[in-house]
Ligand binder design. Structure first.
Ligand SMILES: NC(=O)c1ccc[n+]([C@@H]2O[C@H](COP(=O)([O-])OP(=O)(O)OC[C@H]3O[C@@H](n4cnc5c(N)ncnc54)[C@H](O)[C@@H]3O)[C@@H](O)[C@H]2O)c1
Length: 245
């Protein structure tokens, strides 16, 4: 079991990629703290991961709340002793709006969750990681942050910010044992589908299909593992060879 003895924090763990990461980490022996705002789905993932033998704490936590994030990290650190891995996965992405009509409220909500959420969760754990001279931080961005998606400037801008934050932070902490990377999915199958191997046809990739939650989790677990010991400051696209539209 690759993650035996490791403690991992996963945000947005209730569905989709976050849930797949939680399930795969549980299978590989990690202790887990799972955060989400969807109480019902979070509790189900808590049960699923416990059935796989993992020690799991679930937290109803809005990643854009400084107070809630700090409380969760303090509580989990008191319980587990430390946090080794952080997967910043929670984000908003479903709203579409033409730039000219997009509201300030929409932009602020997206930046609060997608950028400030990553900042707050990372800031809450990084002191402990630096003290232990060990950490793995994996941020989930998007191809939208690389190419830009029409009618999603608000979203694309947040993911571009996450990619830049990843690269900048890696330059500060990599020499102290904390490796920081980013994954940028293309189109992923509907995260409401419980089958983590589900995919559907897609015109947006040369593979002609969406990626699965498991495929995304596989890349995230690799970057979280000691096999990825010489990788930091990178943004790795996982998009089935994206058509750049
Ligand atoms: N699904 C895709 O096609 C796709 C493509 C590219 C990138 N991504 C990125 O992958 C990540 C996961 O997306 P997904 O589609 O698997 O999941 P999703 O969007 O369906 O779910 C994300 C989870 O985050 C939670 N969440 C939302 N706001 C939160 C907050 N403020 N605090 C805590 N939790 C919160 C939701 O309740 C949900 O459980 C996101 O960062 C997304 O931007 C997804």
């Amino acid at each position: 079991m690759k993650f035996q003895g490791k403690i991992a924090m996963v945000t947005g763990a209730a569905v989709g990629i976050g849930r797949a990461v939680a399930l795969r980490l549980a299978e590989e022996g990690a202790g887990l703290l799972l955060l989400d705002i969807n109480a019902e789905a979070l509790s189900l993932v808590g049960e699923e991961t416990k059935k796989l033998g993992a020690e799991v704490l679930t937290y109803l936590c809005d990643v854009s709340s400084e107070e809630q994030v700090n409380e969760v990290v303090a509580d989990a650190t008191a319980h587990f002793g430390r946090i080794d891995i952080l997967v910043n996965n929670a984000a908003l992405w479903r709203d579409r709006s033409r730039f000219a009509q997009s509201s300030l409220d929409l932009w602020k909500r997206y930046f609060d969750v997608n950028v400030m959420g990553v900042y707050l969760c990372t800031r809450a754990v990084i002191g402990g990681m630096l003290e232990n001279a060990y950490g793995r931080i994996i941020n989930v961005a998007s191809v939208a942050g690389v190419y830009g998606n029409a009618k999603m400037a608000h979203y694309s801008a947040t993911k571009g910010a996450v990619i830049a934050m990843t690269r900048a932070l890696a330059k500060e902490v990599t020499d102290q044992g904390v490796l920081v990377n980013c994954v940028s999915p293309g189109s992923v199958s509907n995260s409401q589908n419980e089958d983590i191997d589900f995919f559907s046809p897609s015109e947006l990739s040369f593979m002609g299909r969406t990626g699965t939650d498991r495929e995304n989790a596989n890349l995230i677990l690799f970057l979280a593992s000691d096999e990825a010991s010489y990788i930091s400051g990178q943004n790795i696209q996982i998009d089935g060879c994206r058509k750049k539209m």
